[in-house]
Ligand binder design. Sequence first.
Ligand SMILES: [Zn+2]
Length: 149
Amino acid sequence: MHEMGIVYHVADEVERVAAENGIHHVRRVTLQIGQVTGVLFDYMADLWTWVADKSDVLRGSVLGYEEIHAVTRCEDCGQLYDTVPQGRQCPYCGSWRTFLVQGNEYIIKEIETDDDDFSEEDEKDAPLPSEQASGSRQPAEKGYREWRK
Ligand SMILES: [Zn+2]
């Protein structure tokens, strides 16, 4: 089950980051999810509630998401275009030699904590790696996160 795998992976990763940074409780986790990953976010949010309830750090936290727009590049003419309306054929030159640049990945974008003692300086020390959905062909993108109290 694709969604379940992602939820477990994200929960593990957030717990690891929380432990490394001395965070006692996470309030909200925001994912960026590619437009063509095919995951059902509402289902993931339900699974998250169930998984988070088993963890002291994550219990009661909310999973939110933002969509990563899917973009394809044509190898013949070099143009970028929207993947979803066009599919795999380049709308500029008709080539089928195209590849997905972004839109099949998921990234933990943001972890919000309700710990009062979390200092802003910690955030530069531990960059979070990006999370690649399985079957993804594009190169890894730099992970990005920010902390908010
Ligand atoms: Zn083209």
